[in-house]
Write a protein that binds this ligand. Structure first.
Ligand code: PEP
Ligand code: CO
Length: 443
């Protein structure tokens, strides 16, 4: 793979001494890759199908994975919520759901502000555990390349558990009972979920387990991995070649963030040289003229499933901009998979300066996403969430109607606010309803 990307404008990179960095990168390069080329190709095929209306993507996980929140239960919970959401949508809509975690590599964060000031002390912003620490001290906020090694090892151990759970049948639909919520957690959506889980179980028992065509993709279940391809030196250490084609084997799908996806950026150059499916975050500052250029650069052969536009416009821009984006894509017959990230355009600060998002606003953006695609006859291919299987209080609203004053109760995220387990289930029911409505209208 050529190194053209090194000559391009590269924003949001750590500043650590290259003498320290080089041996670490060499070490990572010599380690086994985290995912295989075969798996990347398999995800790509799923995305081809979803881009043509056969299947739907649920992508989700932490805004930022951390070194401290790293144990088997937490990883299991992250998988469980994705499995529960897909079981709900798949059961109600009979649509194949493809699960992609923001997991096993989401350690690097682009930041709007380079510095953070607290009590007159100005320190570098937190940039993800792969770069520095959330702790607010001079030493902790230094960019430290040794953290790349820890990111690698944690990703590898996370992959190990994901593969283990998949291989031992945890993620198999027959095991749906063990993804149940305890009867003590009996909100409306948990009850609804437990009921659906029971129905699925009954069907499986009735059909003597297994090969039920209702759940083709849930049977031999996979959770694919994804993260933002931000620190290019790190990503470059995972490049594998097959037949003169290059794959970034740090994760199955990679995305380029809204701050680094400009034309001529090092990030766009880098991802244009790899075969992985690529997500491009699209925020309200997008120039419509960039759409064609981005597609020509990253997907010159206009393959299906190669590019996903992850729309994160926010409800204030959605109605105005999404139609323009769709028009541009249609005008040039570009093949893209439309995903909606209803989180990042809708972040607000409370009076106390806590970052949060309102459940109803997130819901509204998803509804607009479906509504506009229905109107244009284009395909809403999936959703991208920041969520967790734990009962955090980070986003306001939802079934328990979390209020501003409740946020302190269990606010755990290292970066952006995530939907908690119940809010995620509620989103899954909403998504199922929207997909179902779409199907009924087109019949
Ligand atoms: C993110 O996904 O956490 C993120 C920073 O997104 P964006 O690039 O859309 O702001
Ligand atoms: Co985020």
């Amino acid at each position: 793979m050529n190194k053209n990307w090194k000559q391009k404008k590269m924003l949001q990179q750590p500043n650590w001494p290259s003498d320290d960095l080089v041996p670490i990168l060499e070490q990572i390069q010599s380690y086994p890759n985290l995912v295989s080329i075969k798996e990347i190709k398999s995800l790509k095929q799923h995305l081809v199908n979803a881009s043509q209306g056969e299947g739907f993507i649920i992508q989700g996980g932490d805004c930022a994975e951390t070194f401290i929140d790293f144990n088997a239960t937490m990883i299991e919970n992250k998988l469980k919520i994705l499995l529960q959401m897909s079981a709900i949508i798949q059961y109600i809509t009979k649509t194949n759901i493809i699960r992609i975690g923001r997991i096993a590599g989401q350690f690097f964060k682009p930041r709007t502000n380079e510095f953070e000031i607290r009590n007159n002390l100005k320190l570098p912003s937190y940039r993800g555990d792969g770069i520095n620490s959330l702790e607010f001290s001079k030493e902790a906020r230094k960019h430290n390349p040794k953290r790349l090694l820890q990111s690698y090892h944690q990703s590898a151990a996370t992959m190990n558990l994901i593969r283990n759970l998949t291989m031992t049948g945890y993620a198999h639909i027959n095991n749906i009972k063990s993804w149940n919520f305890s009867p003590l957690e009996n909100t409306e959506y948990v009850k609804k979920y437990n009921m659906i889980a029971k129905q699925i179980q009954d069907i499986l028992t009735f059909t003597h387990h297994g090969n039920n065509s209702l759940f083709p993709n849930l049977l031999y279940n996979t959770v694919f991995t994804s993260h933002e391809a931000l620190v290019l030196d790190y990503e470059n250490a995972f490049i594998a070649e097959e037949n003169k084609k290059y794959y970034d084997c740090s994760g199955h799908m990679l995305w380029v963030g809204d701050r680094t996806r400009f034309i001529g950026s090092a990030h766009i150059e880098f991802v244009s040289q790899i075969e992985n499916p690529i997500g491009i975050k699209i925020g309200p500052k997008i120039s419509i003229d960039d759409i064609l250029l981005l597609c020509q650069k990253i997907n010159p052969q206009n393959q299906h499933g190669k590019i996903s536009f992850i729309i994160r416009l926010g409800i204030n821009y959605m109605q105005d901009l999404l139609p323009k984006l769709i028009d541009e894509v249609e005008k040039h017959s570009l093949n893209v998979l439309w995903l909606c990230d209803p989180m990042h355009g809708n972040t607000i600060l409370t009076d106390k300066g806590i970052k949060t998002r309102n459940f109803d606003t997130i819901k509204k953006e998803i509804e607009l996403f479906f509504q506009i695609h229905n109107q244009y006859g284009t395909i809403p291919g999936g959703l991208h969430f920041e969520l967790t299987g734990d009962s955090v209080t980070e986003c306001i609203g939802g079934i328990k109607n979390i209020q501003h004053q409740d946020l302190d109760e269990y606010y755990q995220t290292a970066c952006d606010p995530r939907l908690n387990n119940e809010q995620s289930l509620e989103m899954a029911f909403l998504t199922a309803e929207l997909l179902q409505k779409r199907r009924n209208n087109s019949e």
